[in-house]
Design a protein around this ligand. Structure first.
Ligand code: SF4
Length: 401
C-alpha cells in the first residue's frame, strides 16, 4: 500500500485540519515537491520494490488535482520504475470539483492514462449556503457538473465525500443532498462509494478559531446522531453496504486501500506529513512494527531531499506488541467485519468483552466466511450498526476499561 501526500490547496476549507499549504503562499513550487518526492521514493527503493500484501496506490492531500499531468506522470513513472512496472489492484486519486471543471476532460483522460481507476471527490454538500460556509471553491451545481464529467471521462469507480453534523445543516437539506447523491447527481448512476464524516473541530483549523470566539456553536450530539441515522437509512435503502463507521459502498466497491489501514496492513507514505507502517518478521521472534512520519513542512522536506538525508525530516517510533494489538482492536471495531473474539478477549479481557456483549454494544457475527478478504478464522465480534455512532466510547470501554 503506497500513499503520496500532495501538500497544496488553492485555499483552506473552514473545517480542515490536514497539512497543506496554499499554492500562492507555498514555500516550494510543485516541481520542487515532485523532485523531492521522487528522491524519497528512490531512497526507499527496497520497501517500494517489495511485493506488499495489498498493491494499492492512493494520492491524497491537500489537493492532488492541483498537480499538472506532467507532475503526476513523474510521480507514477518513478514508482513504476521502482516496482518493475507492476500495476495496482486499486489506484485512487482525490480530486476537487473546481479542478475537474477548470482542467476539463483532457485532464481526466490523462488521469486515466496514468492509471487512476478510482476517484475520490470532495463534494461535502449539495447546498450552496453550506458550501459557502465551508469556504469550498465550488457550488452545488459545479459539483454536479464535475461528477458528470468524471462519468463522461469513463471513471467507473467514484467515491464522494460528504459532511454532516453541522449546526447550520437542517435535516431537510441533509436528506435532499443524500437523495440527490444516491440518484446519481444528474449522471444517471450513483457513486460506487460514499464517505460521510461528521464535522469535527480540528486543532489549527479556521473552525477551531470560530468556536473559540463564538462565531460557531457546535451541533448538539442528538442532532448529529439524528443526521447519522438519516445517512445510514438512506444509503441502506439505496443498496450500500455500511462497511466502516463513515464509509458505504455498493457491492464489491469497498475501498481496498483504506480497508488495508483498518486491517493494519503495512503501508509506505511519501511526501510531507505522510505516515508509514513497516513490519519486520524474523524467524522465531515477535514481529516488530515501526511507524514513521515525514515532517509536516514542505520546506524542511525539500531541504532533506536536497541533502539526500530524509532522516532529518522523519520521525518514528517502534510499537510494542500491546500497542499493535490495541490498534488492531480499535481499527477492526470501526468496521462491519469486527475482530476475532479470541483475539479481542486476549487483548481486552473477558470481563470487558462479556459486559459489552450483555449490553448489546458488541454482537457475534454469523457468516464469517462470507467476509471479503478475511481468512476464515474464528468467531468474530462487531459493534452493531445502531451503535456505530457511539463507537468511540464503546471502544474506549474495551481498551481502557
Ligand atoms: S478539505 Fe481538502 S481542499 Fe479543503 S483545505 Fe482540506 S485538503 Fe484542502
Amino acid at each position: 500500500m503506497i500513499y503520496i501526500h500532495v501538500p497544496y490547496c488553492r485555499s483552506f476549507c473552514t473545517y480542515c485540519g490536514f497539512y497543506s499549504e496554499t499554492e500562492s503562499a507555498a514555500h516550494c513550487g510543485k516541481d520542487e515537491f515532485v523532485r523531492a518526492a521522487v528522491l524519497e521514493m528512490r531512497s526507499r527503493r527496497q520497501d517500494l520494490s517489495a511485493v506488499s500484501e495489498r498493491e494499492t496506490l492512493y494520492i491524497g492531500g491537500g489537493t492532488p488535482s492541483v498537480l499538472p499531468l506532467y507532475a503526476l506522470e513523474r510521480l507514477t513513472g518513478a514508482l513504476a520504475e521502482l516496482r518493475d512496472g507492476r500495476g495496482y489492484e486499486e489506484f485512487t486519486m482525490e480530486v476537487n470539483p473546481d479542478d475537474v471543471l477548470e482542467k476539463g476532460s483532457e485532464y481526466l483522460c490523462g488521469l486515466r492514462k496514468a492509471g487512476v481507476d478510482r476517484v475520490s471527490m470532495g463534494v461535502q454538500s449539495l447546498d450552496d449556503g453550506i458550501l459557502k460556509w465551508m469556504n469550498r471553491r465550488h457550488d452545488a451545481d459545479e459539483a454536479r457538473q464535475a461528477y458528470r464529467m468524471l462519468r463522461d471521462a469513463g471513471f467507473e469507480n467514484i467515491s464522494i465525500d460528504l459532511i454532516s453534523g453541522i449546526s447550520l445543516l437542517s435535516d431537510t437539506v441533509w436528506r435532499a443532498t443524500l437523495d440527490e447523491v444516491v440518484s446519481g447527481m444528474g449522471a444517471g448512476r450513483a457513486p460506487e462509494h460514499v464517505s460521510a464524516y461528521q464535522l469535527s473541530v480540528e486543532p489549527d483549523s479556521a473552525l477551531s478559531a470560530m468556536v473559540e470566539d463564538g462565531r460557531y456553536h457546535e451541533a448538539a450530539d442528538s442532532r448529529c446522531e439524528e443526521q447519522y441515522g438519516i445517512l445510514c437509512d438512506r444509503l441502506h435503502e439505496a443498496g450500500y453496504r455500511h462497511y466502516e463507521i463513515s464509509n458505504f459502498s455498493l457491492p464489491g466497491h469497498e475501498a481496498l486501500h483504506n480497508s488495508g489501514y483498518w486491517r493494519h496492513i503495512p503501508y509506505i507514505g511519501i511526501g510531507p506529513a505522510a505516515h508509514s507502517l513497516a513490519v519486520t518478521r524474523l524467524p522465531g521472534q515477535e514481529p516488530v512494527f515501526r511507524r514513521t512520519w515525514n515532517t509536516a513542512s514542505l520546506a524542511d522536506y525539500v531541504k532533506g531531499a536536497a541533502a539526500d538525508d530524509f532522516s532529518v525530516c522523519r520521525g518514528g517510533e517502534t510499537l510494542t506488541v500491546q500497542q499493535v494489538d490495541m490498534e488492531s482492536v480499535m481499527l477492526g471495531l470501526r468496521t462491519d467485519e469486527g475482530v476475532e473474539e479470541n483475539f479481542l478477549r486476549e487483548t481486552c479481557g473477558d470481563d470487558a468483552v462479556d459486559a459489552a456483549l450483555s449490553a448489546g454494544t458488541l454482537l457475534r457475527m454469523e457468516a464469517v466466511s462470507s467476509l471479503q478478504g478475511l481468512q476464515d478464522g474464528g468467531q468474530r465480534l462487531r459493534i452493531p450498526e445502531n451503535h456505530f455512532f457511539v463507537s468511540d466510547s464503546i471502544i474506549s470501554g474495551l481498551v481502557c476499561p
